[in-house]
Design a protein around this ligand. Structure first.
Ligand code: HEM
Length: 424
């Protein structure tokens, strides 16, 4: 089917500069007029932007596939438009029944009980990142947001002193302009370096297991046979890609918003028990993972549109989360909103495996910033956002001042060679 035969057609590119400047307005415009529409950007794809269409597509794996399908435009990351130069990720790029064999391996390491076991480690890393800036009274708060990267690297069993290289490479691949030096550095130098190191660590743990996630994964079976090291690699790289940028994005946006809304900040400082419910609202409102994609496997009529086999479809979680048909006053943050059936973690079988870990890390960072730096003031003129906001949205530089405080961890609490830095 030609582009003209697909309708309605909209001008929409989630990676354009115009969209980056107003992601909410960009989605609102398509959602209100054509909640399912075709765009010619990036080779052409359907944009699904209201709650119902995103919800339905994410729950229909027969029609909307997450697999890499070489026949529809060569190998690529099937859940991101356009493709990124990353390896195939398990289980996010699998459909049932293969998907289930792997998801059941991942679930136990990310359950609420498993996350509780790493809670002390999360608190320790948050304490340390804040220790590194607390005495100065002036810092880039993006530094505190290194926590998700270092926790993920530590939890997996990779060398923590290299956390920043992983963080920077994954962030740049999704959020820097593809023509920029940072993107080229990530794709040509840092990602290959990370791949090499991950493969070496996986091989080493296969020989000598330790108490870490990589060792756990290597001991699993898939359909009655031992898992391969290549499969473990695909899971590990996904856990980094999933764990590092998303939670950082959430916290960066929340910190800036709380600076702009001192009344809500005060409420959360006075009653930290409100934070978990508030966090669900921050997830809905900011939607760190803005949108992910599927490939159509069956010719289908969908919300008045004719979808063809091989068509790509962008599921805009962020836009669904601002749909006035699903949420009252969707463009306002109500930290008491409940129930809050947001789609920030997706929905259906691929719903985020790391949601409990992500939320625990975010609560730790927000909780400690509000407790230890309650009067922080962000220099709004010096804020820097991620250059592209199509997949992950957030701030990569958050210069702030605050009343200095005291360090909490004793000297030597973290391994020598680990240095603090902004997460990007
Ligand atoms: C605020 C934090 C996070 C957000 C907003 C988020 C968002 C998402 C979304 C929208 C999906 C659905 C993908 C799809 O349907 O195609 C997803 C899947 C996934 N996420 Fe997260 N995520 C977060 C944190 C994490 C963390 C901390 C980890 C792990 C360390 C993680 C690991 C995963 C994995 C493994 C999947 C794939 C699940 C599957 O295919 O079965 N995420 N995430």
């Amino acid at each position: 089917m030609s582009a003209e035969q697909r309708c309605p057609v909209v001008h929409f590119d989630h990676h354009s500069q115009a969209h980056a400047e107003d992601t909410v307005g960009g989605y609102r415009a398509v959602r209100r007029t054509h909640p399912v529409a075709w765009t010619e950007a990036h080779g052409g794809f359907w944009v699904l932007s209201d709650y119902d269409s995103v919800f339905e597509a994410a729950r229909d794996d027969d029609v909307f596939s997450s697999q890499r399908l070489d026949q529809y435009g060569g190998p690529g990351l099937s859940v991101v438009i356009p493709k990124t130069p990353m390896h195939e990720h398990i289980p996010i790029e699998l459909d049932p029944p293969r998907f289930r064999s792997y998801r059941k391996i991942v679930n136990p390491i990310a359950s609420p009980a498993a996350v509780e076991k790493v809670a002390d480690r999360i608190e320790k890393w948050t304490t340390w990142f804040i220790d590194e800036i607390i005495e100065s009274g002036r810092a880039d708060l993006a530094q505190v947001i290194g926590v998700p990267s270092i926790v993920t690297i530590d939890w997996l069993g990779l060398p923590v002193e290299d956390w920043h290289r992983y963080s920077r490479a994954h962030h740049a691949t999704l959020a820097e302009e593809t023509t920029s030096a940072a993107y080229q550095q990530a794709v040509q130098v840092d990602l290959p370096w990370c791949t090499e190191q991950m493969r070496e660590v996986i091989a080493a743990r296969a020989e000598q297991p330790r108490d870490d996630v990589i060792s756990y994964l290597l001991q699993q079976e898939v359909d009655g046979r031992p898992i391969t090291q290549a499969e473990v690699f695909s899971i590990v790289e996904l856990l980094i890609a999933g764990g590092v940028g998303t939670t950082a994005s959430l916290v960066s946006q929340t910190l800036v918003w709380l600076h702009e809304h001192p009344d809500v900040r005060r409420e959360l400082i006075d009653d930290p028990a409100l934070l978990p419910r508030a966090l669900e609202e921050f997830l809905r409102y900011f939607s760190p993972t803005q949108a992910l994609a599927r490939t159509v496997l069956e010719e289908t009529e969908f919300h008045g549109c004719s979808l063809e086999v091989g068509d790509r479809a962008l599921l805009a979680w962020s836009s669904a989360n601002r749909d006035e048909k699903a949420f009252e006053n969707p463009d306002e943050i109500d930290i008491h909103r409940w129930p809050n059936r947001h789609l920030a973690f997706g929905v259906g079988i691929h719903r985020c495996a790391g949601s409990h870990l992500g939320k625990r890390m975010a609560l730790s960072m927000l909780g400690q910033v509000l407790e230890r730096m309650p009067d922080y003031v962000v220099d709004l003129d010096a804020l820097e956002r991620y250059p592209r906001q199509g997949v992950n949205k957030g701030w990569q530089r958050i210069p702030a001042t605050f009343t200095p405080g005291e360090r909490r961890l004793p000297p030597g609490a973290v391994p020598a060679g680990v240095t603090a830095a902004s997460h990007v």
